[in-house]
Write a protein that binds this ligand. Structure first.
Ligand code: GLV
Ligand code: GLV
Length: 328
């Protein structure tokens, strides 16, 4: 009998067709509505594999219900939605989709930086609302990006290619990370510094760190107060790294100049949220990896990982490495 895969979100027919060659496929039929918790808990009971998205919470309750579950392929590089300890304890492999989304996510992070600095969203709304009366010297004047200092918090794969883009804009690159990144230092002239030094020196503070117990709530009022008044804060990793009340207060008080946010504490964020009322906030609905090419590549990576597990090969992008040891 073919292994059973439960797909927690409607995905394109071509990917479903690929899965159907080797698996019994069951899928939540909606593209823009999350699978209800009780349905996930019911479906996981029979599933040998789950193909999931970041809004699915995969905790001990899910892993305990999944008696036959062997693998979770999460369509994201981040896996803070998954209790890895519980997965390993239940002998479930957890796989993510790094690499295929690195350049695409870096493009979006840099685009968000540019859009925020140059007030592009405000300007686009301005012209469509018929407000453009005349060329004027300081109309929608933003702030320069070139030759400024970018401070990257989280110099992983995405951080490194954001730095590469910044180098093309003649920016000075500083970074803070758990470990030194020698390649970025040698190839891009990136300079390692403490978080406090970075906050004090950067014109653009760009958060690309994964959400972990160490990074949760990393940006509080104090961190914003340490930034320059002209600083622009960009977050393209995970919302809970930032205390949003503190960010709002810092923006209101003029302690920093603007923010570009692709991620939020609660997703989807409420349209009435105070942050979304501010002119100097550019907000995007978590679209870092959202190009057609990359999203398909992420789904293919999920399929490759399922194939590896059911063929008893080591998957390419396994997150809980202890899973391999537990198989023998
Ligand atoms: C998206 O946020 C991802 O982790 O891939
Ligand atoms: C992973 O791809 C990262 O950028 O941290």
């Amino acid at each position: 009998m073919k292994p059973r895969v439960y797909v927690t979100r409607k995905i394109p027919g071509e990917i479903v067709a690929r899965l159907q060659e080797d698996y019994e496929v069951d899928m939540w039929p909606k593209e823009d509505v999350q699978v209800p918790r009780e349905i996930l808990l019911e479906k996981v009971k029979k599933a040998d594999a789950l193909l999931t998205v970041i809004s699915d919470r995969l905790d001990d309750e899910v892993f305990s219900a999944g008696e036959h579950l062997k693998v979770v392929a999460n369509m994201a590089v981040g896996y803070d939605n998954i209790d890895l300890e519980s997965a390993s304890r239940h002998n479930v492999a957890v796989c993510n989709t790094p690499d295929v989304l690195t350049d695409t996510t870096a493009d979006l992070a840099f685009a968000l930086l540019l859009a925020t600095a140059r007030r592009m969203i405000e300007a686009a709304e301005f012209i469509k609302e018929g407000k453009w009366k005349s060329w004027s010297p300081l109309l929608l004047a933003g702030t320069d990006v070139h030759h400024k200092t970018i401070g990257i918090v989280g110099m992983g794969k995405i951080g490194t290619v954001v730095a590469k883009r910044a180098a093309g804009f003649d920016m000075e690159i500083i970074y803070h990370n758990r470990n030194r990144h020698e390649v970025a230092e040698e190839m891009l002239g990136a300079r390692y510094c403490s978080l406090d030094e970075l906050l004090a020196e950067a014109d653009f503070v760009v958060c690309l760190a994964p959400l972990t117990s160490e990074t949760k709530g990393l940006f509080q009022r104090e961190q914003f107060q340490k930034m320059k008044k002209e600083a622009i804060f960009i977050n393209a990793s995970r919302g809970p790294i930032v205390n949003e009340d503190a960010l709002y207060e810092a923006l209101q008080a003029g302690e920093i100049a603007a923010a570009g946010l692709d991620v939020f504490n609660e997703e989807p964020i409420d349209a009435d949220h105070p942050l979304l009322q501010l002119k100097n906030v550019v907000a995007l609905p978590h679209i870092g990896s959202a190009t057609k090419e990359t999203r398909l590549a992420m789904m293919e990576t999920c399929c490759d990982n399922l194939d590896a597990i059911f063929a008893d090969r080591a998957p390419k992008t396994l997150v809980n490495k202890d899973f391999l040891g537990s198989r023998n």
